[in-house]
Design a protein around this ligand. Structure first.
Ligand SMILES: Cc1ncc(COP(=O)(O)O)c(C=O)c1O
Ligand SMILES: [Zn+2]
Length: 402
């Protein structure tokens, strides 16, 4: 049986310090209920040699297998994910003195960056012999789990807020997953999922309630580093934060790269959230250690409708440790950004994915982004399933005249 060379050696809960055996299926910390994080024996990895060995591997996510949590090569459940392009966006009138690049995950399997987390979580679940998985999802995570679950021959149940856009709902069903509709937001979907699934022997793949989706998301940071090395790193990364897994994942990637002697400078991470649901941005502004739930959450971006992200203290710590920050955008600005990305730049972005573009002008005006800096917009998902015109009507902005 072929081995991947994964250096996974254990799981640890940073909140209380409990170490957990990684050779069995486990969700959250058995002592305090916090998120468990994968630990690797990084002393066994010589950074420079490893970086050189990557050159001979396919430009895909599993090229980073030493820093991913799967030991048996035949357990890997892949749809060819990873290796998404990074390219300059060109001149932006609202921020002319910045160099703006995008990393576009819209072309990943199932159309979003959620494929990264799910290939890792489903592969590890397969390696540990799990057969039935469930997840509460705003849409994209559900579609990704449905696809990877189908590929792994597992049963999948997905709990979607009832306002989830039809394309995502339909896609989940198309992959053969069982879909349940739950009134409210992802918070209620999560509560219903956990109550319904209790005692069924199924495994919860909710983000940060199992240790491995964040490992897949880590590859966002690994790819950003590998693309340009220390000299090519952006000064700042703007990321649409919902559950916050991507922020934690990128920060973990940069820390691990620093520990193996490769990375010398960590890009500042910015959480972009809609002003109708911005618990992370508010907590950053208040200097709080964790978020307080956002009352009456609403936004046109379903993936950002997360009023009370789990493990919020980790999200806040990730942003702060990079000396980044938070910023809100309006729904109108989000939809306007979708149109501008499409019409000015030929780039299709989902509402979530357009939020960082919408945040550029405000961060530049505030002085968070400085003249001459390079800014990477993380484009988390494709806009192709969405009608910009319908969204413009929904948020009450008018399309530009033709
Ligand atoms: C397209 C898109 N972008 C961003 C997010 C938020 O991601 P995270 O949980 O990493 O904050 C989601 C979550 O559903 C999403 O679907
Ligand atoms: Zn703990």
């Amino acid at each position: 049986m072929s081995e991947t060379g994964s250096l996974l050696v254990g799981l640890v809960c940073p909140a209380c310090g409990t170490a957990v055996d990684h050779r069995q299926p486990v969700g959250t910390c058995p002592s305090c209920g916090g998120t468990l994080f994968a630990e690797y024996d990084l002393d066994r990895l010589d950074g420079r040699t490893w970086l050189r060995s990557l050159r001979d591997r396919p430009a895909r996510l599993w090229r980073y297998r030493e820093l991913l949590p799967v030991g048996r090569a035949d357990a890997i459940v892949s749809l060819g994910e990873g290796g998404s392009p990074i390219f300059p966006l060109g001149a932006i009138p609202e921020a002319p003195d910045l160099t703006v690049v995008v990393k576009d995950d819209g072309g990943l399997p199932t159309g979003s960056f959620k494929a990264r987390g799910m290939t890792a979580a489903v592969s590890r679940a397969k390696e540990l012999g799990l057969r039935e998985l469930y997840v509460p999802s705003a849409g994209n995570a559900g579609v990704a789990l449905a696809a990877y679950g189908a590929r792994a021959g597992m049963r999948v149940r997905i709990y979607l807020p009832e306002r989830t856009p039809a394309p995502q709902r339909n896609a989940c069903s198309s992959y053969g997953a069982e879909v349940r509709s739950v009134p409210g937001t992802i918070r209620e979907a999560g509560e219903t999922a956990r109550t319904t699934e209790k005692g069924r022997g199924s495994f919860d793949v909710s983000t940060l309630r199992e240790p491995f989706r964040v490992e897949g998301k880590k590859t966002m940071g690994l790819e950003i580093f590998e693309a340009g090395g220390n000299d090519g790193l952006p000064d700042a990364i703007l990321y649409p934060a919902g559950g916050g897994t991507g922020l934690i994942g990128m920060e973990k990637a940069f820390s691990e790269l620093a520990r193996i002697g490769l990375l010398h400078r960590i890009p500042r991470l910015y959480a972009v959230q809609p002003d109708g649901c911005a618990p992370v941005v508010r907590a950053l502004a208040e200097g709080a250690e964790r978020v307080t739930p956002w009352a009456d959450p609403h936004t046109v971006a379903p993936g950002l409708l997360v009023p009370s992200p789990f493990a919020s203290e980790r999200i806040l710590a990730a942003v702060r440790s990079t000396k980044g920050g938070g910023v809100t955008v309006t729904d109108g600005e989000i939809v306007h950004a979708m149109r501008q990305l499409a019409e000015r730049h030929g780039v299709s972005a989902s509402p979530e994915a357009a939020a960082p573009y919408a945040a550029l002008a405000r961060l530049r005006a505030r002085g968070d982004l400085r003249p001459g800096e390079t800014v990477l917009l993380y484009l988390t998902g494709t806009g192709l399933p969405f009608s910009i015109e319908e969204l413009e009507r929904a948020v009450g902005v008018t399309a530009p005249p033709r």
